[in-house]
Design a protein around this ligand. Structure first.
Ligand code: 13P
Length: 284
């Protein structure tokens, strides 16, 4: 496994017009599924460790498992902290040799978001770790945080210029109409806004809430500067559905290798499908 910085991975994607899949892992099987799909597709990937996985598995255990399962693969990976919620948590991820961290200060007023993200970026850059910041408010439910439709708002291009300049972040998560979790109807993405942000800032842009967005919208977003797409819900759904099917078809089944093996296969298929959609096959 080749571990490279998030900045290097995303700048190449931006320059070549594809997006890196940033896949959220929650357990051993999901880590393996992501690594194996990336290996088959010869694609660079980010394996994201989010707040739920941290509470459920522990950040250190996740990092150790990724390194252990990845050791005998040739995959190009950046281990990424998703929605880092404090300076201390980001420091912990860096100590555990993550290559990329997100600090999410999007719920603060702009000034405070800038102040806190800048502090994280200075510390991370001192040891070669890349930083993703977020501006605007992405709707939906992620871990324990729910942002209602009324509270969600799009990223302002002028604020984005200021945020990127003053914080020094390496990539920027933008709010353009996607939401975490599945959508009730077809999501409405504001491509004009995305284009304005793309023209205003010269760093890779990140799309959160990748699950359930129609393929043509994902392709269009990538053509307009999105270089990283986060996917979580669709993977968890694939995992749970496959496990349920085994138990439904064979209620006595209690070999975890059978149940979780089927779930792992389903996640692997979904990750490979997303990698092809994002255009990152063969880019490792
Ligand atoms: P989904 O759960 O909608 O795929 O969003 C994932 C995400 O953005 C993680 O940060």
């Amino acid at each position: 496994m080749r571990l490279i910085s998030g900045k290097e991975m995303l700048e190449k994607a931006r320059a070549e017009g594809y997006a890196v899949g940033a896949f959220s892992a929650h357990n051993a099987e999901m880590i393996q599924a992501i690594l194996w799909a990336a290996e088959e597709e010869k694609a660079p990937v980010m394996i994201q460790v989010g707040q739920r996985a941290i509470r459920y598995m522990g950040m250190e255990a996740m990092a150790d498992m990724i390194e252990s399962f990845g050791r005998h693969t040739g995959v190009t990976v950046a281990i990424h902290l998703d929605h880092g919620n404090s300076f201390e948590q980001v420091m912990q991820a860096m100590q555990l040799r993550f290559q990329s961290v997100m600090y999410d200060g999007s719920h603060y007023p702009l000034e405070k978001n800038i102040e806190l993200t800048k502090k994280v970026a200075e510390a991370a850059h001192a040891v070669g770790v890349s930083v993703e910041g977020e501006l605007g408010r992405i709707g939906g439910t992620e871990d324990d945080l729910t942002v209602s439709e009324e509270d969600a708002f799009l990223t302002d291009p002028d604020e984005a210029v200021r945020f990127v300049e003053e914080t020094g972040v390496d990539s920027l998560a933008v709010a353009i109409g996607t939401a975490h979790g599945f959508y009730k109807g077809v999501p409405k993405l504001n491509f004009t806004r995305l284009e304005q942000i793309r023209d205003a800032v010269a760093i890779p842009l990140v799309l959160h809430g990748g699950s359930g967005v129609p393929d043509d919208m994902i392709r269009k977003a990538i053509s307009l500067g999105i270089a990283k797409v986060n996917v979580d819900t669709e993977l968890r759904h694939a995992f749970a559905e496959a496990a349920q099917k085994v138990w439904h078809d064979d209620p006595e089944q209690c070999h975890l290798a059978v149940v979780l093996g089927a779930a792992r296969e389903a996640v692997k298929r979904k990750v490979a499908e997303k990698i092809r959609l994002f255009g990152s096959s063969g880019k490792a």
